[in-house]
Ligand binder design. Structure first.
Ligand code: SF4
Ligand code: SF4
Length: 290
């Protein structure tokens, strides 16, 4: 049984929400509410939010460590008290599973008032993670109601869900921000611990469906061939039909053991710019550096 099976089996659909940022200007166009879900099938070496990858297994090891008693065990489950929490993140540093106990299971009805509260000041919402598309049924229920509010809807995705086989998730979705982490199969599997087959299929399908808002690729220091392969692959496909964000690898927040492998320095800006030039020379006119 898949580890998310419990969510779809529940009477009311819920999803584990890691955090909500009411106003974000880095998660899509204009001012948006960004909603981060817990859980991801990928395990990227460069992940900046590794505590969003795994689900808490309620082992309880972080409970005693909390300095303000914001964690407790109730009916064998760790419960987080948001009001008491001082966000010191000691629990997250303690967890050997790269999980977080600071997650709230929410229904769509519980989430909507948080969006409604800031509605006059935002253009839309962006669902992120973790990987938001794991909670497909929740999104299918949420998006039409957000559209009724007059807001736009974006998905920030690792591309693991086959969108062509799940077109219902796109019906009320204005666009997908898709990570293409590596074009080369072996490099992707090493970097992410997962195949890129579906991601690359999604790149072409989302373009055809008119739902690709932007693509993002990270440029790693000293990996000339891998960087070139990925940027060339994406650019030749997208041309000027969507934004292409070329992102410098940054070591901040990356797990220490992975920093030792990937490097503990940010990718040099001048080096990263050469990939923007490459992308544009291949037709990706909307490529720019982040
Ligand atoms: S967050 Fe980690 S340490 Fe805390 S209860 Fe969950 S699995 Fe255990
Ligand atoms: S982040 Fe919150 S729940 Fe975690 S240890 Fe600190 S106060 Fe306790």
């Amino acid at each position: 049984m898949p580890w998310t099976a419990g969510y779809s089996a529940m009477k009311k659909i819920t999803a584990p929400i890691n955090r909500i940022i009411p106003f974000s200007n880095v998660d899509g166009p204009s001012n948006r509410t960004a909603i981060f879900f817990q859980g991801c099938q990928f395990n990227c070496r460069f992940c900046h939010n590794p505590e969003t990858i795994h689900m808490c297994v309620h082992c309880g090891e972080c409970v005693e460590i909390c300095p303000v008693k914001a964690l407790s065990i109730q009916d064998g489950r760790v419960v987080w008290n948001k009001e008491l929490c001082v966000n010191c993140d000691t629990c997250i540093r303690t967890c050997t599973r790269s999980a977080s106990p600071k997650v709230t299971e929410m229904t769509v009805d519980e989430l909507l008032p948080q969006i409604e509260r800031v509605r006059p000041y935002i253009q839309g919402i962006t669902l992120s993670g973790g990987e938001c598309t794991i909670y497909k049924d929740f999104i299918i229920e949420l998006f039409p109601r957000v559209k009724e509010m007059g807001l736009t809807t974006l998905l920030d995705s690792n591309g693991s869900l086959d969108f062509e086989k799940n077109p219902e998730i796109l019906e009320y979705c204005d666009g997908v921000m898709l990570d293409v982490k590596a074009a080369d199969k072996d490099f992707h599997e090493w970097l992410v611990r997962h195949s890129n087959e579906t991601v690359l299929r999604n790149l072409e399908y989302l373009l055809r469906a008119g739902k690709l808002y932007e693509v993002r690729t990270i440029i790693f220091p000293g990996r000339d061939k891998d960087n070139t392969d990925t940027v060339s692959y994406v650019s030749r496909i997208i041309q000027d039909r969507c934004i292409y964000k070329i992102i410098r690898y940054r070591q901040f927040g990356v797990r220490e053991e992975q920093q030792r492998i990937l490097g503990d320095d940010t990718t040099d800006e001048a080096y990263a710019k050469t990939f923007v030039e490459l992308a544009r020379s291949l037709g990706a006119a909307k490529a720019y550096l982040v």
